[in-house]
Design a protein around this ligand. Sequence first.
Ligand code: BEZ
Length: 212
Amino acid sequence: MATLRLGDTAPNFTAQSSIGELNLHEYLGDSWGILFSHPADFTPVCTTELGTTAKYKPEFDKRNVKMIALSVDGVQSHKEWIKDINETQQTEVNFPIIADEDRNVSTLYDMIHPKADNSLTVRSVFIIAPDKTIKLILTYPASTGRNFKELLRVIDSLQLTAYHKVATPANWEQGDDVVVSPAIATEDAKKIFTKGVTEIKPYLRMTPQPNL
Ligand code: BEZ
């Protein structure tokens, strides 16, 4: 199994899920995607993560992002667990959870790290662009719940790069100035970014966020 890297095509698969059979590429269609794994059903940190994901769905929808969760438990287990998530997190799970009992997807995406746990998945995250290339890979330990605000922030940054040719600086948040791509000459940047370009150094040019 080759290690997945940024820019690789997200391996396609067909798997059972809490909403029925799911083919990754067909399910994503023209959307962005976030595929994220969980160690197991009926575990406390995962329960909070899936509840949070459900609550953030309107924000992911606004950005044309589909969420897909995964654990190595089966469909029936997922369906029972979803009832608990809905009850304890005061939400409705509104995205599929893949039932990767045969570890096919976990193996394709290298989500099992045997020295952390021999059979359960770690907390992996893959952000997939509409052209199916992988744009982000993150791995968290089982004991640390992920920050879904950070995933939204990365999506915003990736979409600014894809659609507006800008990058985002350290700790960037919506509304902050952004970085002009190094590939654009300052003279060209001044024509493209009509809100103005500040040249701090020839390689460090800032502009107001273009899509506001
Ligand atoms: C959890 O989701 O709560 C969890 C799972 C595996 C190890 C530690 C915590």
